[in-house]
Design a binder for this molecule. Structure first.
Ligand code: X5A
Ligand code: ZN
Length: 679
């Protein structure tokens, strides 16, 4: 499987602009597209993408989401004079027309459809369309919010019609509510629309009641519209990740889309004059990564908003670089979601619990809804501001008052993301064939006599042969090259997974190691006592050790055959713990006899690669060679196989996860799903 990333862009879409004075529309400038594309070119990312030409959408395609009257009206705009354009514009909200915008709007839709065609036919794995005008506010018969045609809504209909997509997920991370998309699919259960948006109890544009969390869709589509309104500005990386872990991802995995769209607006990033949020551009690497194992990796990102040119260009690069498969940066210092975000998360989870079995154990809705506009919940311990910085709330207040100072917001440029020249190295017995695309690991030189003696003394019985010593040495050498960023990830078949894990955790130079322990069998006590290792143990019926902050057994009654249950544990517990811990290395140990669906094992392997700059080392039992191929495929960057729609996880398990979450959330605030005062 060798597939690329599409980039679809045409300079023509920079060729319209606001022709009169309008303080609302003045931020939607051609430079938005120019700087985004230039940043991709300068960073070398554009060159690594498959460049695909745009085309004009046909009338029939536009009519997939718009009325004939509206299309006919827009068709006349290229012939209008300034006065007529202004009059026409006045029929709609927060939008402007230009003689060339109809042409550009047809190209924006066409670019999106080109992306869908290339992704759905497997010519590329995923891709991004850089377009203007944006689309998600436009409605059947109305332009709105800088949008003329609804690029993504049309493309979702098109994918259903022309590519037989049965279920389509639209993730709208733009800071505005894409009400146009919501209206289009309100009663349609085949399209799941998720949006978070600045809302502030309806005081932020577009000021709609239906942008609130309780708009869940109607008729057959009930449950397929998920809104997470932000009732404060200043939301940061922890808030965004918490919504992904506790709302979007569980629902998305249960839904199991055939195709994922991202309404990729970057006005949700720091420095944006519309959003006033504080999430940094590198968070989009993680948001993208976390969506890339849905739908067998078929992800179409389509530009929407984004008005701070610096933050926009950086965020676009982060997104495309992740689509290309480069390791995501380490998100630093995550706290928990802030109190207001937790209220939104809680509201969304509890209103959707009757539609999604992954949320069945979410706490009941608030007794009285958190809608009283003036209520300002007191900040309490455990709840943190953006980026876990304690000054978050003060900062939020300041931003509200002094809107003029927004241009002075500064943040560090995202670090350059370097992919090691070797992606995957495998330590396999000679008899085991090395999967295509992987390299067999061989260290530059073998161990000296002292090293041999030390390894033998610490880890082996006298009786064991020299080959065992060599294997241990090779393991530490592989680890060493990973930690020097010369090799990205690895896989080792070892005679004794426990011993190998013990050796590796003690040999690791990383300040923090995340050990994911899959299967029955005790974690060696030496590892548990090791302060620098966080152990998450899935599938232990009875934890044999007292729980500590750094040893977290997640028991599953139905065992790992319960795919939905394991997935729930991975998304709602393991990933938040891992993200909060910030490991320098992830060890994924699969104990002998561990029975698990191949797709689930792949999801785990793939999702964990978002941590530790992708430094994942997988340990498998020597005589269990069956998972080697599917594991190697993931380590090489292929998407995990889709799991299909998930059934309800075992209710006992979900209950025990919730109790575990409650117990751990003081130490690990990213596990929180409810505001402190409501618990
Ligand atoms: C696509 C987009 C924003 C419109 C804001 C109008 N539109 N006040 O971000
Ligand atoms: Zn927007």
């Amino acid at each position: 499987m060798k597939m690329g990333t599409a980039l679809i862009y045409d300079e023509e879409m920079t060729k319209y602009k606001l022709l009169w004075v309008d303080p609302v529309c003045k931020i939607e400038v051609p430079e938005r597209l120019i700087v985004s594309y230039e940043a991709l070119v300068k960073s070398g990312l554009a060159d690594r993408c498959v460049s695909i030409p745009v085309r004009e959408a046909t009338d029939a395609e536009i009519l997939l989401a718009h009325s004939e009257e509206y299309l006919e009206a827009v068709k006349k705009t290229p012939f209008m004079h300034l006065e007529e354009l202004m009059t026409f514009t006045q029929k709609y909200g927060d939008v402007y027309f230009h003689p060339n915008i109809y042409h550009c709007a047809k190209l924006a839709v066409g670019a999106t459809l080109q992306l869908v065609d290339n992704v759905m036919t497997g010519k590329v794995r995923n891709g991004m369309a850089l377009v203007r005008p944006p689309g998600h506010h436009s409605q059947s018969s109305a332009a709105n919010g800088f949008c003329v045609f609804n690029n993504v809504a049309i493309a979702a209909q098109y994918a259903k019609k022309h590519h037989k997509a049965k279920r389509v997920l639209i993730v709208d991370w733009d800071v505005h509510h894409g009400q146009g998309v919501q209206y289009c699919f309100e009663d349609d259960p085949s399209v799941l629309y998720f949006s978070w948006h600045r809302y502030e109890h309806q005081s932020f544009w577009p000021n709609l009641k239906e942008s609130d969390f309780d708009s869940v869709g109607s008729g057959k589509g009930a449950g397929f519209n998920v809104n997470v309104p932000w009732n404060k500005v200043g939301m940061g990386n922890s808030d965004y990740l918490a919504v992904f872990f506790h709302v979007l991802l569980p629902v998305a995995y249960e839904f199991s889309p055939d195709l994922v769209f991202i309404c990729a607006g970057f006005d949700s990033a720091i420095g944006d004059p519309e959003g006033h949020m504080s999430a940094t551009p590198d968070i989009f690497a993680h948001l993208t990564h976390l969506l890339m194992n849905l739908a067998d990796g078929k992800v179409c990102a389509v530009l929407e908003g984004g008005y701070n040119l610096t933050s926009l260009a950086q965020s676009v690069c982060q997104t495309v670089q992740t689509l290309l498969g480069d390791p995501a940066p380490r998100p630093a210092q995550l706290g928990g979601a802030c109190e207001s975000a937790l209220e939104s998360i809680h509201s969304a989870r509890s209103i959707h619990k009757k539609y999604w079995s992954c949320l069945q154990h979410a706490a009941a809705p608030f007794p009285e809804e958190p809608s009283s506009k003036n209520r300002r919940p007191a900040q309490q311990g455990g709840s943190q501001g953006p980026e876990g910085d304690a000054g978050g709330d003060a900062q939020r207040e300041e931003e509200k008052v002094e809107e003029k100072e927004e241009e002075e917001i500064v943040w560090p440029e995202p670090l350059r993301r370097v992919a090691p020249s070797l992606r995957s190295a495998l330590l396999l017995p000679d008899a085991v064939e090395c999967p295509d695309g992987c390299a067999r690991f061989s260290p530059a030189h073998g161990p000296g006599p002292l090293e041999r003696a030390r390894l033998r003394k610490s880890y082996l019985k006298e009786s064991e042969d020299e080959a065992s010593v060599t294997l241990l040495y090779n393991l530490t050498a592989l680890l060493g090259q990973m930690e020097k960023n010369e090799i990205r990830n690895g896989l080792a078949l070892v005679p004794d997974v426990s011993m190998a894990a013990t050796l590796l955790t003690s040999a690791s130079l990383s300040k923090r190691v995340l050990l994911v322990w899959m299967g029955e069998g005790p974690v060696p006590s030496q590892i548990i006592e090791d302060e620098k290792t966080l152990v998450v143990h899935i599938n232990s019926m009875e934890p044999h050790e007292a729980q500590s902050k750094y040893y977290i057994p997640i028991p599953l009654k139905k065992g790992c055959g319960d795919t939905a249950g394991v997935m729930q544990a991975v998304l709602g517990l393991l990933l938040p713990l891992g993200y909060q811990y910030e490991p320098g290395l992830v060890l994924l140990a699969r104990l002998p006899g561990y029975q698990v669906e191949g797709g689930l094992w792949q999801q785990l392997t793939c999702l964990l690669q978002g941590l530790a700059l992708g430094h994942t080392l997988v340990l498998l039992q020597e005589n269990e060679t069956a998972p080697v191929g599917i594991t190697a495929s993931c380590l090489l960057g292929n998407a995990a196989l889709s799991l299909g729609p998930l059934v309800a996880p075992g209710p006992e398990d979900v209950g025990s996860f919730e109790r575990l979450r409650l117990r751990l959330q003081t130490d690990w605030p990213l596990l929180q799903t409810t505001a402190p005062e409501k618990r």
